[in-house]
Design a protein. Sequence first.
Lengths: 113, 115
Amino acid sequence: AQSVTQLDSHVSVSEGTPVLLRCNYSSSYSPSLFWYVQHPNKGLQLLLKYTSAATLVKGINGFEAEFKKSETSFHLTKPSAHMSDAAEYFCVVRMDSSYKLIFGSGTRLLVRP
Amino acid sequence: DAMVIQNPRYQVTQFGKPVTLSCSQTLNHNVMYWYQQKSSQAPKLLFHYYDKDFNNEADTPDNFQSRRPNTSFCFLDIRSPGLGDAAMYLCATSRARVSSYNEQFFGPGTRLTVL
């Protein structure tokens, strides 16, 4: 069975400092992995996706994530946080043989001025 | 720009009064999904359409129905809303269902309040 664990429910950083949102997954096969961002009262926006190409994936707004099979991790990073990055972030896994997205529980990112 | 549109953005209904939420897409995608997202939770898939083929999730209550009259539009009907149905409802689309092309694109959501 597939599952996703987001290790932190809340992360607080100062503006201009690095962001690290942690995600571990459990999957029997090579999964596709996604990070989505959700601002308050908005839909989900795709930040980036891993689909068995390069292990370091670059996304929008300066975010990137590295797929580490040995650690079953797909952590999201950004070198310098901006106030507009404050939002809920979801790590998501999907098997190529399935239409279903398996969501993590979400991490709320707070950015302090 | 190609996109997923949901109307209305905010919907208030009364306990037990049927309500319909609307989703349209200009992406010409084959698959349309409806999710329910309660406060501080991850989205939960209710059902999806692959073309005209309706696929219900096993734990979706009978109170929730859906219609897809054409490729562009999909509706979520809640026959008798209860207080527990208050949530954000998200529509999503994907080009395919099972392949590397089933990246899902989400609409902005409709927030449903039940009085």
